[in-house]
Each structure stands twice: as C-alpha cells, then as structure tokens.
Design a protein around this ligand. Structure first.
Ligand code: SAM
Length: 338
C-alpha cells in the first residue's frame, strides 16, 4: 500500500482522502445588510432564532477544540459578520487561543471603515471584501441596497492600515457586471489589490439567473487578457482556492475561483461552522453534524475534538455541483458563510 501523503496522527484533523484540515470558516450571523441577487431574496430569509445562534463564548470553545486537533486558520464570515454586535470581542477571544495563527474576515465592506481599527487591535490579520461592481447604479441592482462609496472607503481603510494584500471578491455574472472585468483588472495595475473573479455558484435562490449569468473562469481570463498579457503568479498566501495572474509590473494580481469549471476539491483544507453551530464538511452537499447540541449539553473540549475527528469520515471527496442545479438541501450561503 502506498504511504499516506500526510501523517495522520491524533493531533491532526485529516480526512479519508489524505487532506489535512487546518482551516475553519465560521458564519457568525445569517443576517446581511445587502440582498445580492445571487445570494438572498429581496425580502431576506427566515432568520435563525437568536437562541439558535452560537454565542461568542460557544464559538471560542469550538475554536479551542478545533485548534487542539490542528486547525490553525479562522475566517469570520456570514451573512455580514460586521453587523453582529461587538465582533472585535470575538476576534480577541479567538486570537487568545493557542495554535490559532491567522484570523481573517470576509465582509461586504459597508461597515469596515468604522470597525477596522478595533478589529486590528483585537488581532485580525487579513480581510477579503466582496464587491461586484464599481458603478453605484449597478450596486443598487446587484446588492439591492446603496453603499458603493462606503465599500470603497472600507477597502481604502484596509489598504491604508497596511493590510496588504487586500483581496476583493467579485462574483461574475453575464449581463450584470461582465462588462466591468477590465475595469476591475485595471485596478491591479494601480494598487496592491488581488481581484478574485468568482464563478457564480447555483443555489436555490439564484437558479433562474444562474444558468444564463454563469461565466467560466476561462472566459473571464480571456476577457481580462484583452487588456494586457497575464502571467501566472503565486498567490498572496492564505488558504485560498484561487489561481492568480498578473500584468507585467503590476502591484496587484487577478485571481479566478472556479468551483464549477475547474474544481479544487483535491486541495480542500477547510470545514465550515454555520451560525447555528453545525459543522459543514463541504460547502455543497448535506454533510453536516450538530456541535451546538452537544456543546450546550456539557460536552468537553476533548469530546468536541473527538467529534471533529469522527466527522472527517463523512467529509466527501468532492462536490458534484452542476450548472443550473442547486445541491440538495443547499442552505443559503449567508447561513453557511460562503
Ligand atoms: N457578507 C460577507 C461578504 O460579502 O463577503 C460574507 C458572506 S458572503 C455569503 C461570502 C462570499 O460568498 C461573497 O464574496 C459572496 O459574493 C459569495 N457568494 C454568495 N453567493 C454566491 C454564489 N451563489 N456564487 C458565488 N459566490 C457567492
């Protein structure tokens, strides 16, 4: 039998496919202050009852258990994480946990400028900002709320605080924002930003638009190449699935994230914790286990660590996402954390 690619010891979280799981993405709320057309209906979603949402203390307990079995990086997401009260307190609690050496945030940027100093003081290391258009009228169409200027101020604030590279996540949709690919890419020639173009993924909420609006990473790159030659570059580190390319001499880079056209499941190093305390083994698919119940019934850190290790047995080898088809029982990205 071939030797395992990694050392599967009791200290490591490793799945059946020799993937070490070192990265935990946590949704801290299912609520959002935007209503992006590909993510949430205009009326919002039936929000989780407050009592179902993990408290900061509970999240910190779960992170401690995860750290004890090898999780090293945490990303806070949502919904919109910055609408949850006093997020810096959670960052501070997580930063104090031994073994955790990276805490990042995914945000739509609306509240970033006003919170960034407190977040950095608490121990935040990196930030990704989602932005799908550079035009205010279109921001209203895609996000169904105003605020482009606030998002741009948030990005500026992050860069000004030295949080380089700031990654910008842009979901590309034919007929919505595909004519802005060049404008986004042009940014990377001027600033140390990493623009990551994301293929639109099918969820129940967007099946009607997804089929026509989907653009593959190859097509996206072809459009970007129209404004200059790109060469492959190493990414800015971190845990991401993106492939990066840069124009000659540019301080930033263009990335593509292609879950549909070129999946990266074989490199998967992550699991997710939903706002209501379920460990989600794959963004797509139904593989999840409840950690909140055991935690509230008195499970110890060692018990939770054991549950995390046992959960590795059901982490699927890959997703089977198809264009125009939502994964079965797919939860909204806002609940899972995207
Ligand atoms: N509110 C935060 C934000 O805007 O980054 C965090 C949560 S949001 C659900 C995380 C990421 O998922 C965003 O970059 C968003 O654009 C992306 N996303 C949501 N639904 C998506 C979909 N159907 N396809 C591709 N990306 C999606």
């Amino acid at each position: 039998m071939a030797a395992p690619l990694i050392d599967i010891t009791r200290e490591l979280l490793a799945d059946q496919f020799n993937r070490a799981i070192t990265y935990l993405r946590i949704s801290v709320t299912d609520k959002c202050n935007l209503r992006c057309v590909y993510c949430m209906p205009e009326r919002g979603l039936p929000w989780l009852p407050k009592a179902d949402i993990l408290s900061y203390e509970e999240i910190a307990q779960l992170v401690s258990a995860a750290a004890s079995v090898g999780v090293r990086s945490i990303r806070l997401s949502g919904g919109e994480p910055l609408i949850r009260k006093d997020l810096p307190r959670l960052v501070q609690e997580i930063a104090a946990i031994g073994g955790i050496d990276d805490i990042a945030l995914s945000t739509n940027g609306l509240l970033l400028e006003e919170q960034i100093d407190a977040l950095l003081a608490a121990g935040l290391k990196r930030v990704n900002v989602s932005l799908d258009t550079l035009r205010e009228d279109r921001f209203m169409e895609i996000a169904r709320r105003p605020g482009l200027d606030r998002v741009l101020s948030g990005i500026d604030a992050a860069i000004a605080r030295g949080l380089a590279p700031v990654k910008i996540n842009c979901v590309v949709m034919r007929g919505y924002n595909d004519d802005e690919l060049a404008a986004f890419a042009q940014w990377t020639r001027e600033r140390a930003v990493y623009i990551r173009f994301i293929e639109l993924m099918p969820v129940q909420e967007n099946l009607d638009v997804q089929r026509d609006a989907y653009m593959s990473a190859d097509e996206i790159l072809e459009r970007v190449r129209a404004i200059g030659d790109l060469h492959a570059v190493a990414g800015p580190g971190g845990n991401g699935p993106a492939r990066y390319f840069a124009f000659d001499g540019a301080p930033g880079a263009v990335g593509v994230i292609s879950p549909l056209s070129h999946d990266y499941c074989e490199r998967c190093n992550r699991v997710r914790l939903t706002a209501d305390g379920r460990l989600r083994l794959c963004l797509f698919g139904d593989h999840e286990i409840d950690l909140r119940g055991p935690l509230r019934s008195g499970a110890t850190g060692a018990d939770i660590a054991g549950m995390l290790q046992a959960a590795m047995l059901i982490k699927p080898e890959r997703h089977h996402l198809k264009l125009g088809e939502a994964a079965s029982r797919m939860r909204a990205f806002s609940e899972i954390g995207g």
